[in-house]
Design a binder for this molecule. Sequence first.
Ligand SMILES: Cc1ncc(COP(=O)(O)O)c(C=O)c1O
Ligand SMILES: N[C@@H](CCOP(=O)(O)O)C(=O)O
Length: 515
Amino acid sequence: MAASSSLFQQPHLHIYSKSAKTPFPTKQNRCFVVKAASAENASANTKGGINIRDEARRHNVIHTHKFSAKYVPFNAGVVSSDESYSLDEIVYRSQSGGLLDVQHDMEALKHYDGAYWRALFDSRVGKTTWPYGSGVWSKKEWVLPEIDSDDIVSAFEGNSNLFWAERYGKEYLGMKDLWVKHCGISHTGSFKDLGMTVLVSQVNRLKKMNKPVVGVGCASTGDTSAALSAYCAAAGIPSIVFLPANKISIAQLVQPIANGAFVLSLDTDFDGCMQLIREVTAELPIYLANSLNSLRLEGQKTAAIEILQQFDWEVPDWVIVPGGNLGNIYAFYKGFHMCKELGLVDRIPRLVCAQAANANPLYLYYKSGWKDFKSVKANTTFASAIQIGDPVSIDRAVYALKNCDGIVEEATEEELMDATAQADSTGMFICPHTGVALSALIKLRSKGIIGKTDRTVVVSTAHGLKFTQSKIDYHSKDIKDMACKLANPPVSVKADFGSVMDVLKKYLLSKAPKY
Ligand SMILES: Cc1ncc(COP(=O)(O)O)c(C=O)c1O
Ligand SMILES: N[C@@H](CCOP(=O)(O)O)C(=O)O
């Protein structure tokens, strides 16, 4: 049903029919000209002391909260219950100890049709209007609808590029429609920024409401901690991070240090850190920032919406996501599913969750026909950010995969490092987790499950520059029991003309076309 009541009138977006010049959000008319009204067009002009927050505030006078969201037990659609909590409560678990989920008032959102939402989201891309310049907050109504824009802590994250992996697809996989969604090109270099802007914004609000929150804490394999400390530092909120000693990259370790976080290096693995942060946050006024906290996933789900948007609302066949604590695979499912439920698209892609063989509890569960879940002791892997043996979001991941005809694959260390080197040789510079996702793709292509014309998106979860040591080891052939067959070490040459010419001639001959 189309909304006619002023309660559902969006002050900031007017959609005009080409014929009748009256604003109308309607399901009937498919021919739209979108005109972003003044609030959305507010310039980023900081002259005269006006900044983009002030500008947004000035234009945002009539902002009634039409949409809402609350926590409900994550019940995988099985049992419905009356249990629910306001997002302003500090709660991470349901009464039964299970996971929570953020449930939106879908009926209110459905007052607008898919075309309306597509147009609204599209109208916000590429602007600096607060807070919609963020890829996350450009979907604010679907994320945290009730938060005051003034409470938002954002680095205009999201809107990451989705690029065509032309040469890699053609040469190595015989594919012509392979894409990489580079979530690692982001403020702190990973997709965690998408969730952290939401979580820290909500903490900002809670603090203003005088809720008992002094700081925000997380256990981390390096990316959650980087995002948490950056967003907290931007808001002036103390952050506390629990890191497994000697198990994250130097680049990741230096991020929270530089951002002024209180860093605890603990003599355990990620699962041990996770256990500790859960115990500590139950006792102290430290808000839990791991994806056990379902707020995070509301931000992360916008990457899925962005993929559809970037394909002009066409649905890819496959999306491959590396999995560790397993919040992100559910977030992707949720984003795609919301787009379908609200009429932006008519189907969702099949998801593949890719794990390192050294940390593969989901893979083993999948292979058992979802019969027997056992956590594992995660072994060292170059994909260190997914070295997780007891994922907190296991139930969410299983639900997501079952509902999209999903698949779980795994990659050995050699497979993931070779896939990384191969992709890099075509101009990428991917992190080892993306190498895990590419290895899954290679396997599914060779089994014929992913077809050569299938539109496939590989989600690159972090920037390769965070993981240079793994590349140095590989290209130095300095990895025990690994052939490093694509190693490309530098050649030491005497610094005289003759020696350099000899080496170059040999190189050029090896590259010359053979007729
Ligand atoms: C770079 C990177 N890729 C993938 C993942 C896996 O995401 P999730 O824990 O949500 O499964 C993580 C964190 O776990 C990560 O930091
Ligand atoms: N890779 C993560 C592990 C923790 O995941 P989270 O999504 O539950 O915070 C990290 O970088 O710490």
